[in-house]
Design a protein around this ligand. Structure first.
Ligand code: AMP
Ligand code: MG
Length: 421
């Protein structure tokens, strides 16, 4: 804590720093300066490590594969016999059942994919390219010495760094670790994220709505987005627009979590207390972004916890989460390979009206036409409270700060939501 003082130490190093209207890219860079990944680690069985971040390099304890083997079903022989055209068949090698005899010159062994290459053989001719004749085979086509042989260590070599610390475990990685025979991996502990919704108008699902109330939907979208990242969530429910209750909730949350997220109460209305409380309890780094939707977005620290004060409007919650919070959480989880969300170019079928001076994220539906061209159409009403048009979207159309009106037919950049949502 810093006794209520606003801390701009990191921020002040940035030219044209304006916490009142921070360009999107600058805000991302600024947040990154504050992020220190979790450091405690735990050992997990491979299957529990999906979506977790490695806390130590994985070093290969052996070669994968462990022995030279065949890449095809066919016949193994010595490559020096390549021009003989005819070989005598003396046995068979199966995956898991090696041929242990000797293969002399002019001889071959029937071999299945994955079976160990018999001693003195280095070449495999696929079964489709031979004719079986009496006691032997005849080549129907040419072959190259050494072909269709997989080498020991071709996939992974003894002593090699297979996966580096800081790597997020994906399905291929689970298999890769299993291919080494390891049953456990060391990962960083899960990040803890506490969140609550703020607002006197909020009612909870399952209750009747009183006049002037809306259901609290933000906690549900926030929960969904957090679960996709595999963090541990602490759902603190709804807190009324009462500065005493909000302060207490923020303090409790910051003591129990690495990251605190709230929705609502960050704009400039009478009941918008979150920025003032952040100033009182910790450090405010910025509270407004030059973007739409999502202009009011507070970021700061309360004690050791990072605080994201997301806007109240349901779509703004999701846009700010994907543009700022997601990357921050991945970095805090220890994922050192975190990348910005990739952009794809697509032809925009709708006209978009836009003022320069802020980045806009419009909800779109991306599709590929019969000619293979990617096209995007907007999902209709782009109001920041229209969650149905977010639900209908499969991408954001990203319009840079400097961009003005977009004519129909213009190529725009889109962020695909698939895999994120
Ligand atoms: P605020 O930022 O608190 O002024 O809220 C902006 C708008 O978002 C208002 O229309 C609120 O009713 C709405 N809102 C705030 N929080 C939620 C929530 N948890 N679920 C649904 N709508 C909300
Ligand atoms: Mg509110």
């Amino acid at each position: 804590m810093n006794n209520g003082k606003v801390d701009f130490i990191a921020a002040s190093c940035i030219d044209d720093y304006d916490p009142n209207s921070m360009p999107v890219e600058q805000a991302r860079r600024l947040i990154r300066q504050y992020l220190v990944p979790v450091d405690s680690v735990e050992k997990l069985p491979i299957l529990s490590a999906l979506g977790r971040v490695l806390a130590a390099d994985i070093i290969s304890p052996g070669n994968v594969p462990n022995y030279d083997n065949s890449a095809m079903d066919g016949y193994a022989f010595n490559g020096d016999d390549i021009d003989s055209g005819k070989l005598k068949l003396i046995g068979a090698a199966f995956a898991g059942k090696a041929f242990t005899g000797k293969v002399g010159r002019g001889e071959c062994v029937r071999i299945m994919t994955g079976a160990m290459m018999p001693d003195k053989t280095d070449t495999v001719i696929p079964q489709e390219q031979v004719q079986v004749e009496g006691e032997g085979i005849r080549f129907l086509s040419g072959a190259k010495p050494g072909q269709h042989r997989r080498f020991a260590g071709e996939d992974l070599k003894l002593g090699q760094v297979v996966l580096p610390s800081g790597h997020l475990m994906r399905p291929a990685d689970l298999g890769l670790v299993a291919s080494l025979g390891m049953s456990e991996v060391q990962v960083y502990r899960r990040l803890r994220v506490a969140f609550f919704s703020t607002g006197d108008e909020l009612s909870s699902v399952g209750q009747a709505l009183a006049t002037g109330q809306v259901y609290d939907s933000n906690r549900y979208t926030i929960y969904g987005m957090l679960m996709r990242l595999g963090v541990e969530v602490i759902d603190m429910g709804v807190v009324r627009d009462d500065p005493v209750l909000l302060e207490q909730a923020l303090i409790n949350a910051s003591k129990s979590a690495d990251v605190v997220m709230t929705s609502g109460g960050v704009s400039v209305g009478e009941a918008d207390f979150m920025k003032l409380l952040l100033e009182k309890l910790g450090q405010v780094v910025f509270w407004k972004i030059a973007m739409k939707p999502g202009r009011p977005l507070a970021y700061g620290k309360i004690g050791n916890a990072h605080y994201f004060g997301l806007p109240g409007n349901p779509v703004a919650v999701m846009v700010t989460f994907y543009q700022f919070v997601r990357e921050a959480l991945l970095l805090l989880m220890g994922n050192s390979q975190t990348m910005p969300l990739p952009l794809l170019s697509a032809i925009c079928l709708d006209e978009i009206r836009k003022m320069p001076g802020r980045t806009e994220f419009q909800r779109g539906v991306l599709s590929r036409d019969a000619d293979g061209v990617w096209k995007v159409r907007l999902t209709g009403n782009q109001g920041s409270s229209i969650l149905s048009s977010m639900s209908a979207a499969n991408c954001f159309v990203v319009l840079d700060q400097d961009c003005a009106n977009v004519a129909a037919g213009t190529v725009v950049q889109v962020q695909v939501l698939d895999g994120l949502v």
